[in-house]
Ligand binder design. Sequence first.
Ligand code: C2E
Ligand code: SIN
Ligand code: SIN
Ligand code: SIN
Ligand code: FE
Ligand code: FE
Length: 348
Amino acid sequence: MSVIIIDDSPVNVMLMQGLARQVHGGDIHAFTNPLEAMTCMPGEDPDLILVDYMMPEIDGLEVIARLRADPRLVDTPIVMVTTADQRAVRIKALEEGATDFITKPIDATEFKARMRNLLRLKDAARLLRGRADELAREVAKATKELADREEEIILRLSRAAEYRDSETGMHILRMAHYSRIIAEGLGCDPDYVNDLWRAAPMHDVGKIAVPDAILLKPGRFTPEERVEMERHTRFGQEILGGSQAPLIKLASEIAGSHHERWDGKGYPLGLSGTDIPLSGRIAAVADVFDALTSERPYKKPWSLEQARAYLVTERGQHFDPACVDAFFAGWARVLEIHATNQDIPQAA
Ligand code: C2E
Ligand code: SIN
Ligand code: SIN
Ligand code: SIN
Ligand code: FE
Ligand code: FE
């Protein structure tokens, strides 16, 4: 809370100090050397700065330009003190960021009236800024709470699907990790990678609507059973469909497209190539790789090398070649995730 006066004339300084004291209760710092003022500018948030135009070494315009470049002084009124005939200087001063002018010789009544107005302006700016900071904090907190809740719902929904299936939480976690590795390898935007990582666990929620007798069958499907099972993609897309939330939209897209194949022989739509949403192309590699290396009621787990060989064979058939390449580019991380996210064996 201070007023700063920068004027090379000690007489002017004394005059302005005296007048300022009549309208301002705080500190008043005066500098007759402008260069000193620039280096000794108090660290706090000054209420008002008065700058004389004609000074040796550095003129008032330059002083104002330098003060305005300081981000701490964006809200601080800066007043230039000039003689009435310096019209061009005044215009230049406005361009440099001066808030107002005071004309020399200084008229006491005018000086005090202007100071009062500018100090009030500064108070209002400080109040507004405080309120804006407070609002920003509140918004950030509410946003964080929403994101946390969203994440919780996702986890619960994914868990519900797990109960209907032999797949485990660890499968879902590994699959999400693999999806992230691929998306990062493709150079996707970090926000997209993050959303994909959070949405991927929901890819099989549609299995909730597939009968147990099919889903938990301890052997290979008949063609009829296969048709029933394939409906889990549509179910999932619909369960998650119609949301305004970008994350749930992406989850719906993944649920609907993770069994499409690059060559067009997948389901539910038989889309091919880049007609398949990128999220579905990524999830396909992540999901199948993890399914192959996991035990299922209908199959034994494959070795990592067997699963890797499968991706090589199916590169450009089942899978988007770019996604397979990105997966292999992150192979060291794949191995680490596979090793550190194994299921704890269940008691019979
Ligand atoms: P999942 O077990 O998570 O398998 C996901 C995908 O990984 C499969 O999609 C398939 O593309 C691939 N995959 C898994 N195991 C093998 C395998 O042994 N060989 C080959 N070549 N690929 C494999 P898909 O086939 O569309 O199946 C979707 C889901 O339907 C499977 O998820 C699983 O829950 C279920 N399912 C598929 N086939 C059978 C089956 O014969 N018996 C039973 N009980 N469930 C099956
Ligand atoms: C890309 O892989 O081409 C970028 C995809 C995205 O960030 O949406
Ligand atoms: C892309 O980024 O490769 C396109 C995304 C899409 O196909 O949906
Ligand atoms: C399957 O559809 O069961 C296997 C996927 C594949 O052939 O590549
Ligand atoms: Fe699936
Ligand atoms: Fe899966």
